[in-house]
Design a protein around this ligand. Structure first.
Ligand SMILES: [Zn+2]
Length: 112
């Protein structure tokens, strides 16, 4: 399960930050999750619920910030929202574009 290893790395990273800050527990954590990150949100949420047990993240409030996908057409330079890696430019109908937002999955901020 892909999401379980992602959840584990989030917990490890959060733990490292807390150790650096000399914090016993983490109060809140904000996680940015892009619509194009390839991660199933519900699966990640579930995996995190299991993974935080007995860590500094246990009991922390986890905020998920969902980022929608944004693409830029390589043909006509039009920018459009997409939550799918297989899409067509709404202006010129080409499938040749670069993703400029929505692929990230990261800890945005953390309060100890
Ligand atoms: Zn286009």
């Amino acid at each position: 399960m892909h999401e379980l290893s992602i959840a584990q790395s989030i917990v490890e990273l959060a733990n490292e930050i807390a150790v650096n800050e000399n914090a016993e527990t983490i109060q809140t954590i904000d996680i940015e999750i892009g619509a194009l990150s390839g991660v199933v949100f519900e699966a990640l949420e579930f995996a995190l619920e299991m993974t935080v047990k007995n860590t500094k993240l246990e009991g922390a409030k986890i905020n998920y910030l969902k980022i929608s996908g944004l693409a830029k057409c390589s043909n006509c330079k039009f920018q459009f929202k997409t939550n799918d890696l297989l899409a067509f430019c709404p202006k010129c109908d080409q499938a040749n574009f670069k993703i400029i937002n929505g692929k990230q999955l990261r800890i945005k901020s953390l309060t100890v």
